[in-house]
Design a protein around this ligand. Structure first.
Ligand code: COA
Ligand code: MG
Length: 290
């Protein structure tokens, strides 16, 4: 299923057990807010975090922000209770961790059977076992609620025994293949987090790398990362001007019926018109016009 375009430049995680962060997230310019019940919540706070996430969905106050809850895995002692509470709460999406098989995607989909139709399923791409299966996992979108991939570079680095260097060299094939599988099946695809939340130069470079690979946006851990992330993932004035010029050129009478034309001294084809329309749709979504 092709998803309507929504701005998903910045997706901020916060521990759902942190009331201060929950209040603050309603005021921050993140496109997506992910209430975490999993890695950032200690076992003794799991039940409390689940209850707080459910209350947050009911109270809302998140405006245009897309509200997502990250559940604990079905293989843990909290997973089933998380999924049934989230299904009843009905956030925009539920994000599930450490998925390594098509059977797991189906199990999460089944666990959300009672959720409202608008509740999407997003899965973390963060295990070694899922890497050869990216296309099979993404193809589940045709028959389940699955509509998003979220890269989990911290867990992946842990499993691979890889180092999280600024260039992310060990993960470059994963970035490519994750985006390609998501695009092949119409999924949203978000990049992993940058742990160095005090180093915004490093953050910006990593966000630009994610943009270059084709991600829709990046997951974040700290409010200071939101503004640079939104800036990186918003189409630039030059890109918007190019998109408008391409769209305008194709409707000129002298270009009627042509597949390849000239804009600003360069060849553009109908595939570029599709790209231009996507840029303009993203701009409209960011400005709230769609
Ligand atoms: N969402 C919302 N608000 C957040 C936030 C987040 N992810 N992280 C920090 N804040 C708030 C703090 O509560 C504080 O609010 P205040 O100004 O009202 O006091 C402000 O932003 C500044 O926070 P700061 O002191 O710089 O950071 P910290 O030491 O309180 O927290 C972390 C640092 C890393 C523990 C925290 O940012 C965090 O929990 N991040 C999310 C972790 C997570 O969800 N991980 C799972 C996915 S990898
Ligand atoms: Mg994790």
């Amino acid at each position: 299923m092709i998803q309507p375009i929504r701005p998903r430049r910045s997706a901020l995680y916060l521990p759902a057990s942190n009331p201060k962060a929950l209040a603050k997230a309603r005021t921050l310019p993140a496109d997506v807010v992910i209430l975490d019940l999993e890695d950032s919540v200690a076992p003794e706070h799991k039940a409390e975090a689940r209850a707080m996430a459910v209350v947050a969905v009911a109270e809302d106050g998140f405006g245009r922000r897309e509200l997502v809850i990250r559940a604990n895995g079905l293989g843990t002692s909290w997973g089933e209770d998380d999924l049934s509470a989230i299904a009843a709460a009905g956030p925009d999406a539920v994000l599930v961790p450490k998925v390594s098989s098509v059977a797991e995607v189906r199990a999460y989909d089944a666990a959300l059977a009672a959720a409202p139709a608008h509740t999407q399923l997003w899965i973390m791409i963060e295990t070694c076992a899922c890497l050869p299966l990216l296309h099979d996992l993404a193809a589940c979108a045709a028959e389940t609620r699955l509509s998003g991939f979220v890269l989990g570079t911290n867990d992946l680095a842990k499993e691979m025994h890889a180092r999280l260097s600024p260039a992310r060299t060990p993960f470059l094939p994963v970035l490519t293949m994750t985006v390609a599988a998501a695009r092949a099946h119409g999924l949203v695809v978000l990049d992993g987090v940058c742990n160095e939340f005090r180093d915004l130069d490093l953050f910006r470079a990593e966000a630009e790398q994610g943009l270059e690979f084709g991600f829709d946006g990046k997951t974040l851990i700290h409010p200071d990362q939101i503004e640079p992330c939104n800036a990186v993932f918003s189409p630039s004035p030059a890109e918007i001007a190019w998109a408008e010029a391409v769209e305008a050129a194709f409707v000129l009478p002298e270009n009627a019926g042509k597949g390849a034309i000239k804009v600003d001294g360069k060849m553009v084809e109908l595939l570029h018109l599709d790209q231009a329309r996507r840029v303009l749709a993203v701009v409209a979504a960011i400005s709230g016009e769609t």
